[in-house]
Design a protein. Structure first.
Length: 76
């Protein structure tokens, strides 16, 4: 059960980062998605989604590796 919960917790930021990439790609091809009134806003939201999603994933991996002692002392 704990592994399934961890998988779901990691799946949400991954989907968020994927949506951010999609928003930015659609902006580059001038395809406006319905909740956004302007292309520049769609691109900014895409960047935010990508940074937050990847940041959560990277922070989770860093926390897990630090807990397991895989981070060198120089970095800590």
């Amino acid at each position: 059960m704990a592994r399934m919960l961890a998988f779901i917790v990691m799946l949400i930021p991954a989907l968020m980062a994927g949506a951010g990439i999609k928003f930015m790609r659609d902006t580059l091809f001038s395809k406006l998605i319905s909740p956004f009134p302007w292309l520049w806003l769609q691109f900014i939201i895409g960047i935010i989604f990508l940074v937050v999603g990847l940041g959560f994933f990277a922070g989770f991996l860093y926390h897990r590796d630090r807990k397991n002692g895989k981070i060198p002392p120089k970095v800590q």
